[in-house]
Design a protein around this ligand. Structure first.
Ligand code: MN
Length: 417
């Protein structure tokens, strides 16, 4: 698939994350304006609310009278295809510019908001290198992968209320911790606060109670993808996680990138799953390639310092795709809703430089990681973590926009009143 040329010249350069091939969905405002839906194109944002009021793109609506994409997402794959086709017409080379130009706003200076209303949030654990690394540290190399791991996309139900958009600061959490050499637990600020590099899948079409969906059906239900940082307090996690999994360790915050990159934009980048070490049960088998070749990186910047890229990896490392996760999620009869968000699990690669969390990069804090002007075992106050991702096309990129968050110091004892 080559670059689709736009009459906006900035969209046609090979390093632009938002060419016409992409058309990701966000919510934006400038100054005191009300937030509204927009589509990124080159260095501009196309105001979908303004466009709809002007009678374009001429779909049955209104779809854009609300500052989130859920109405479009609920419309299903036929509507998504129609909308994409119309935007390709309006912004493609040879289009009548005058109809669209009044609805284009500079991306520079725009505030980006949550792109959709999150129904529920589930976080999976579908990266094999990550699961092996963490399992080795927590339980030893003999028990690194739990016995079910090669058969089930393991997940837990997270909190939709914890999800925030890129750019929002978050506070170091307090929690219950107990080191192995301590007799009793303490309530204290987390000293092992961490990030996790993940891909988030955004569900558009709902499924129905009592009706499991196939992997192929699940794939068509997914509207698009975001980058996702599943902030994790490792000391809280280590003490609380058995037997029901992480709880407060993952409830402080989850940051997503501001643009939903649609499944259609990622279609040319499908890639096969890694080799299966055990045959999967038939309900989990993929009818075709369901992973995506998306280059990913993590940058860490201390307060007032320079950024260091500390990890480079690829979304194709995931052992289970989002479609498999979604199908598994419905296998009990659990209904999925428009606006559900599925985190992939940390996407580590095989090498040291491709590990997607500080827990792995510093090997549990035993091997401090070198960054510009210092070292890190876990995050310090003032640190900014930025996830970036892009699929490399033939002369163009499909970018996600930065997924960024900064750590503020813990509050004074929150129960001391
Ligand atoms: Mn996670």
């Amino acid at each position: 698939m080559p670059l689709i040329r736009s009459w906006l010249a900035a969209a046609n350069t090979p390093d632009c994350p938002f060419p016409l091939n992409n058309l990701p969905c966000g919510v934006f405002s400038h100054g005191a304006e009300a937030p509204r839906c927009g589509v990124a194109i080159g260095d501009m944002i196309l105001d979908m609310a303004g466009l709809e009021k002007a009678g374009l793109p001429g779909l049955a609506g209104p779809l854009f009278d609300v500052p989130y994409w859920n109405k479009v997402m609920a419309g299903g794959p036929d509507l998504w295809t129609k909308l994409r086709r119309q935007l390709l017409d309006l912004l493609g080379e040879g289009a009548v510019r005058e109809r669209v130009a009044p609805h284009l706003h500079p991306m520079a200076g725009a505030v980006l908001h949550m792109p959709f209303q999150i129904a529920e949030f589930t976080d999976f654990y579908a990266g094999k290198h990550h699961a092996e690394n963490v399992g080795t540290m927590f339980r030893g190399p003999e028990n690194a992968l739990p016995p079910n791991w090669l058969h089930i996309p393991i997940g837990y139900n997270g909190r939709a209320s914890s999800v925030m958009v890129s750019g929002a600061d978050l506070r170091r959490p307090w929690g219950q911790v107990k080191q192995p050499d301590e007799a009793t637990p303490r309530f204290a600020p987390s000293e092992r606060f961490d990030f996790e590099l993940e891909l988030g899948a955004v569900v558009g079409t709902p499924s129905h109670p009592g009706q499991p969906v196939t992997v192929a059906e699940a794939d068509t239900m997914i509207f698009g993808y975001v980058l996702l940082n599943d902030w994790s307090a490792r000391d809280i996690q280590a003490w609380e996680y058995q037997p029901l999994g992480p709880f407060q360790a993952k409830a402080t915050a989850t940051t997503i990138s501001p643009w939903i990159v649609t499944r259609a934009a990622l279609e040319p980048f499908r890639s096969p799953a890694p080799p299966r070490e055990r045959p999967l049960l038939p309900y989990l088998c993929e009818p075709g390639p369901m992973n995506y070749d998306i280059g990913l990186e993590i940058a860490l910047r201390p307060e007032g310092g320079d950024e260091t890229v500390i990890c480079r990896t690829n979304a194709s490392e995931l052992y289970y795709s989002a479609a498999q996760q979604l199908a598994h999620h419905t296998s009990s009869g659990c209904a999925m809703n428009c606006g559900d968000l599925l985190g992939s699990g940390t996407i580590s690669g095989p090498g040291k430089a491709s590990r997607g969390s500080l827990l792995e990069l510093s090997w549990g804090g035993s091997e401090p990681l070198a960054i510009e002007g210092g070292t890190r075992c876990f995050l310090e106050d003032g640190d900014t973590v930025t996830l970036r991702g892009a699929a490399q096309g033939d002369g163009y990129l499909i970018g996600f926009g930065d997924c960024s968050g900064r750590i503020l110091p813990a509050l004074p004892d929150p129960y001391a009143r």
